[in-house]
Design a protein around this ligand. Structure first.
Ligand code: T5A
Length: 203
């Protein structure tokens, strides 16, 4: 299966992606854990451009950079792993572009949907982790470290991103499972395992 984890800042995707990958490995399944932007050498270079620095990209350029990184990631990493029979657990995928660049930054959502169509790969299951805006922000503060270009954007931006993820999940119920990420880490992990078990039975 190709499983993606999505959500706003501090929702706990990285934590849950690691726990999910470990749980699948413990069941003897071959698993690749990867992330976006990034996941292939060229895509990691583009990640540096997108998350670092202070460039004020035009909306289309920023959207296309995310899709350029994604094209590299899909071709060099994800497709080969799926072809080899691996489970792929990916921390963010194209829903993040729709939520951040579309809902958050106001880029043309039809343009993004057209690019999504060109990717030619749809996740089997997308877990959308939802936390109240203030909880996500407080988790990031608790984790410390330098804020990247998106984390530095204002609370109204992050509220639009979180609302965007809810809308994305509601529009694709056959693929997306919206889970509250407010409970503790183990409780969220248990909900994800239930969703994966259901998804792998119906997929
Ligand atoms: N982006 C990405 C776009 O704009 N467009 C795109 O197309 C794509 C693909 C990526 C950035 O790029 C943007 C979105 C992002 O801003 P990133 O460094 O990969 O940046 O960062 P994020 O994906 O945002 O991941 P983070 O690591 O910042 O947040 P996570 O993964 O949601 O949270 P996590 O797991 O690191 O946890 C944060 C803290 O909360 C704690 C953890 O221990 C940690 O300290 N925590 C919990 N605490 C209590 N209860 C729980 N249930 C908890 N879960 C985690």
């Amino acid at each position: 299966m190709f499983i993606t984890l999505e959500g706003g800042e501090g929702a706990g995707k990285s934590t849950q992606a690691a726990l999910l990958a470990d749980a699948l490995c413990a069941r003897g399944l071959p698993v690749l854990r990867t992330r976006e932007p990034g996941g292939a050498p060229g895509a990691e270079l583009l990640r540096g451009l997108l998350l670092g620095g202070t460039t004020d990209w035009s909306q289309r350029a920023e959207t296309l950079l995310h899709f350029a990184a994604r094209a590299e990631h899909v071709e060099k990493t994800i497709r080969p792993a799926l072809a080899a029979g691996m489970w792929v657990v990916c921390d963010r995928f194209y829903d993040s572009t729709l939520a951040y660049q579309g809902y958050g930054q106001g880029a043309d959502r039809d343009f993004i949907q057209a690019l999504i169509g060109l990717v030619g790969l749809t996740p089997d299951l997308t877990i959308v982790l939802d936390v109240p805006d203030a909880v996500g922000a407080s988790r990031l503060r608790g984790r410390g470290g330098a804020a990247d270009r998106y984390e530095r954007l204002d609370t109204a931006f992050h509220a639009r991103v979180n609302a965007g993820f809810r809308a994305i999940a509601a529009a694709a119920p056959e693929r997306c499972v919206l889970l509250t990420a407010e409970p503790g880490i183990e409780a969220v992990h248990a909900s994800i395992m239930t969703a994966v078990a259901r998804g792998s039975r119906t997929g």
